[in-house]
Design a binder for this molecule. Structure first.
Ligand code: B12
Length: 435
């Protein structure tokens, strides 16, 4: 791997970073969890390896993805650009629920990071699928003013195709440039930094791999400089860019553009992450922080050279959290703003729960307690359970709304329902918001 400027955690923090890698390896070995390409990428970009464990994980990923994308695009999409699915596609569900740009991009990045490189022929089909998804996203952004997935996934798609040295149409690149330029990455209650950073990684890759002419290359360089400048300006007193979880992505931009040594901001962010390693307690967040802690970016995948990797990493397993004695009561509020809900506040009740319970546990208690009926649904995602419906309400077709999690008076939570543990007396708000 060619690395001019890549500064991982300092010597004295190496043991803690290794321990985090071991924990991720432990979680990766759990057959009950669906395989996630981000986890594989984090294992591949680490300094220590468990070659057999990584091989087994790759096999699970291949199983999942080849099954889904192992047939030609033509079989799933009618010719002449009519993006209709035939029976086979519907049956297999690929492409029926819209593009899966981000997931497929992460998987293709993972394949490129595999040593020795896997058989390239099945990959061609996957690259074709990704190009198709990116085009669907691009067309969607013309229609709706945003990609069908999100700019985050759109950027991952561009990055993965670039790492595979595949060109995309100039218009597709320009769509992201324009969005970045006009600050269109914002989504309610969330940090835009993750998206800014992934877009900058995509720009840097396309420019560096010389996949565009000199004019566009200069624009991409300028856009990346702009992102770097904004990241530095946005760095908080606490050292984070955005929040703790977007900081590793921002750091990848400095690593990828060889500017980490020159930037004081980078060193401060690294120190802040190292002081908060416990915050990365889920497999998905560990997978996002580890590359930066090792001083690596997803761009390193493009120049990865295989060499013998020794078995120097052993899986570690965390003890479950100790039970907290006692009980607590939290107030649960459900808000659905007008015009969708003229009544505004749909639920407001105290909910008793065991001390130390997660927000998900609180929701379960609320659903079980009468007489004020509360209902909710979650969807499993690589980040954990996503709260998809509350009191039967969720996003309508083509509507970009979601149940935002807040703690009163109006602080958006930085964790999902399964990971957030409310305090006694806290008021939790579930608010139907737009993003
Ligand atoms: C886009 C995005 C959203 C969109 C997703 C909609 C969509 N169709 O794309 C919206 C705005 C809905 C969203 C909501 C939330 N998000 Co969000 N989101 C992202 C972002 C920028 C990209 C995710 C993505 O596309 N990944 C790529 C695809 C391929 O991976 P994926 O795992 O399949 O992605 C899906 C899930 O991640 C899911 N999702 C998105 N956010 C979250 C958060 C949680 C906790 C869960 C369980 C699932 C989930 O939606 C994705 C698309 O389907 C990430 C940034 C990041 N660094 O990961 C933050 C991120 C994952 N989100 C985060 C948070 C905190 C939230 C919220 C909890 C915020 C809040 N207070 O309400 C809510 C979820 C509430 C709920 N109802 O359960 C944090 C999670 C941190 C953590 N501790 O795990 C991240 C890392 C941002 C950050 N820097 O803080 N998010």
């Amino acid at each position: 791997m060619q690395r001019v400027c890549s500064r991982g955690a300092p010597e004295e923090a190496q043991a803690a970073v290794r321990a985090l890698s071991s924990r991720l390896l432990g979680l990766a070995g759990d057959p009950a969890r669906d395989p996630d390409p981000s986890i594989y990428l984090a294992l591949r970009l680490a300094s220590d390896h468990d070659p057999r464990g990584e091989e087994r994980y790759l096999a699970r990923l291949e199983d999942a993805f080849q099954h889904r994308y192992g047939r030609s695009l033509q079989a799933a999409v009618r010719p002449h650009g009519h993006h209709q699915q035939d029976a086979a596609a519907t049956e297999n569900s690929t492409s029926t629920e819209g593009p899966e740009t981000g997931r497929l991009a992460l998987y293709l990045l993972g394949l490129r990071a595999t040593c020795p490189p896997p058989d390239p022929s099945p990959q061609r089909l996957l690259v074709t699928w990704l190009k198709y998804y990116l085009e669907e996203d691009w067309a969607g952004s013309r229609h709706h003013g945003h990609p069908l997935t999100s700019y985050y996934q759109y950027s991952l798609g561009m990055l993965a195709l670039c790492v595979h040295r595949k060109r995309v149409r100039e218009e597709v690149i320009r769509r992201l440039l324009v969005a970045e330029h006009h600050g269109r990455f914002r989504h309610h209650g969330g940090s835009t930094m993750d998206t800014e950073a992934v877009a900058a990684l995509a720009f840097t890759c396309v420019e560096r791999e010389r996949l565009v002419g000199p004019g566009l290359a200069a624009e991409l360089r300028a856009a990346t400089r702009g992102v770097r400048r904004r990241l530095v300006e946005a760095q908080g007193e606490d050292g984070f860019f955005g929040n703790v979880y977007s900081t590793p992505w921002a750091m990848q931009v400095f690593i990828a553009t060889n500017t980490c040594r020159a930037q004081l901001a980078y060193g401060r962010a690294m120190a802040a992450l190292l002081e908060n390693l416990d915050t990365f307690s889920t497999a998905a967040t560990m997978a996002q922080v580890l590359p930066a802690l090792h001083g690596r970016s997803y761009l390193d995948i493009a120049t990865m050279h295989c060499h013998e990797e020794l078995n120097t990493l052993t899986p570690a397993f965390l003890e479950p959290l100790p039970e907290v004695p006692g009980n607590m009561t939290v107030r649960l509020v459900v808000e659905c703003p007008e015009p969708r809900c003229p009544q505004g506040r749909l639920y407001d009740q105290p909910v008793p729960a065991p001390a130390g319970a997660s927000l998900l546990d609180v929701l379960k208690v609320a659903a079980a307690q009468g007489p004020h009926s509360f209902t909710f649904d979650t969807q499993d995602t690589p980040q954990g359970p996503f709260l998809s419906r509350v009191l039967g309400l969720g996003p309508r077709r083509h509507e970009r709304s979601y149940w935002q999690l807040l703690t009163a008076p109006s602080t958006s939570l930085q964790m999902g329902v399964a990971d957030y543990r409310p305090q006694d007396g806290e008021t939790l708000i579930l608010r139907l918001s737009h993003w």
